[in-house]
Design a protein around this ligand. Sequence first.
Ligand code: AMP
Length: 421
Amino acid sequence: MRVLVIGSGGREHALVWKIAQSKLVDKLFCAPGNGGISQQAECIDIKADDMPALIEFARKEKIDFTIVGPEAPLSAGIVDEFKNYNLKIFGPDKKAAQLEASKVFAKELMAKYKVPTADFKIFQDSREAKKYIEKIGAPCVVKADGLAQGKGVVVAKTVDEAKQAVTSIMEEKVFGAAGDKVIVEECLEGQEASILVITDAKEVIALASSQDHKRIFDQDKGPNTGGMGAYSPAPVVTPELFKDILDKVIYRTMDGLVREGIGYKGVLYAGIMITRDGPKTLEFNVRFGDPETQAIIPRLKSDLLEVMLAATEEKLSRVKLVWDSRACVCVVCASGGYPDKYGKGKEISGLNEAAKMKDVVVFHAGTTKSAAKYFTNGGRVLGVTGLGDTIKAAIDNTYQAVEKINFERIHYRKDIGRKAI
Ligand code: AMP
């Protein structure tokens, strides 16, 4: 098969790395890919949101199957467009992708089908939102309705902070039309976990549990980032809790979507807060998580491409996943200054030494390759990933690999996975 993966981050490198191992693959492309991805796939200079160019490429190159990494093309309807040209593609269509593209859509669906989530109210008028914030007090959470590159959620400790969030989202329009509506919701407390499933709109197959680390500094300090590391499994998700999350969150959501006339195919990611009252849904994503994918995929023994094909062809009932029982940890190496301003073009050393280590794989997120050398090209640069018999062993293995790698102003958290011990 000729396969195309769309995207350029660490998540896409993990997908490409895994799919390259499939017996079904004859030729693998990635658009646009990155320095590390070029080890396993031919990188094509087309941006992930350039739909006409992607379609033209898929037709010209006779691509048999396309896999979409990021949310933006899914929300823009890339699956619908590819289908119009009879091109087989893995992911939810535009209607189904609303689950991530509109938090209002997701919350209304959850309320209607009794999927546990934080109590909330939706506002189209900023004055009304602020009045409501004064009434419920702090802490509370303010969320922009639409896609805001992971920055549209403010967990406010004070009433002023929450009102300020409403001002910037709804009045100053810092995220544009994504801030036409806001959700003000109850602040939940507990541990977070990510549950990802693959579905063909009828069957659901759960992937291994995981947990990510959103803040830039150790002990969850500093600003939010795209994710500084992850581990799998998440011991906080006991087998009973896993079943509870599948029953109350995943199956109820899938059932609700079907009742609304929406057939969801692809990966569904539920961000869960494990509260004293049980699991509650924080958000849905309509694609693989980043960096959760980097911690989950190395544990998957089954052929991921086969599973994705089965989901697309509504044959998921025939599939069973086999997992490596070992733990996996991914530590993100970032450019100093990220998530604010950071430099690019710094040479990365130690990648060969790290690659020689047993049960270690280095996924590239923001890199370029030039004359057999790798250079930094983004905020998150690498996802150094290691397996171990226990979480502790996986942490030790991963950090030994991290220590071999260097570039100017490298920054990584020293406590990834420690929560799980
Ligand atoms: P979301 O994009 O909705 O997942 O929000 C991003 C992050 O904000 C989550 O991973 C949580 O850490 C936090 N968050 C979102 N909603 C709530 C809530 N209702 N209570 C507490 N924290 C929240």
